[in-house]
Ligand binder design. Structure first.
Ligand code: CA
Length: 237
């Protein structure tokens, strides 16, 4: 899961980044409206934490641009602007939640978790074939048995399982798991290596999922027993 923290106050931005990274998420930051606008245009995020009062613009104006994206990220507004009109306007323009400043960092994490859960259909677990993921705890199981994964391997598997049967571009995967700067590297050996390790572990655990290479482009997640009904513990928000 990849987040963008849009916040011009350096101390707060650092604290937010730190606590969100502790959750194992990839966290990028923007300190100005222009910076946020550029990043949103170039990269994909799962959740954006949006301050409204920025030195060079109003965060609300970014919401319209975000809504034009194919798979718009969840947006959590974090703002000192406590006026009811701003809150209503933000939600009207497509924001998903609003957390007024000053806020508790624990509450921030809980709200982000809730947004990320919503992004995966309100489920606490993701299951495809005999592979099950528990995103809140960053754990995976195959046939009910724990699958030991390194941090990046877990994130790669999560990325694939939220995009089953779709061709995954290796650059998009690299940016989602390693962060925006991954695009500055022409060499994807680190991606190939981690995906190869994950494939080995899935195979050894007799997972019915397979990560197939798509020559010259990237990967695709396929499942042997794709027809099997999914089980999940749905959660009401
Ligand atoms: Ca601000």
């Amino acid at each position: 899961m990849k987040l963008l923290v849009v916040e011009d106050e350096p101390g707060l931005r650092d604290m937010m980044t730190e606590v969100l990274k502790q959750q194992g998420w990839v966290v990028e930051t923007a300190s100005t409206y222009a910076d946020a606008e550029e990043k949103i245009g170039l990269y994909e995020y799962d959740c954006i934490l949006l301050d409204l009062m920025l030195p060079d613009g109003n965060g609300l104006d970014l919401l319209a641009e975000l809504q034009q994206k194919g798979n718009p990220p969840q947006v959590l507004i974090t703002s000192a602007k406590a006026a009811v009109e701003d809150r209503v306007k933000g939600l009207d323009l497509g924001a998903d939640d609003y957390l007024p400043k000053p806020f508790d960092l624990g509450e921030l994490v809980a709200r982000v978790k809730s947004q990320l859960r919503r992004r995966q259909g309100g489920k606490r677990t993701l299951q495809i074939g005999n592979v099950e993921l528990f995103p809140d705890e960053r754990r995976a199981k195959v046939d009910g048995r724990p699958l030991e994964l390194l941090h990046k391997e877990y994130h790669i598997l999560h990325y694939f399982m939220t995009r089953p049967m779709r061709v995954i571009d290796k650059q998009a995967l690299a940016e989602a798991v390693w962060g925006d700067h991954a695009d500055q590297s022409d060499n994807y050996n680190y991606v190939y290596q981690q995906v190869a390790n994950l494939k080995k572990k899935l195979k050894a655990a007799k997972a019915t999922l397979q990560i197939k290479s798509v020559y010259g482009f990237g990967y695709k997640l396929e499942c042997e027993d794709a027809g099997k009904p999914e089980t999940d513990t749905a959660e009401k928000d």
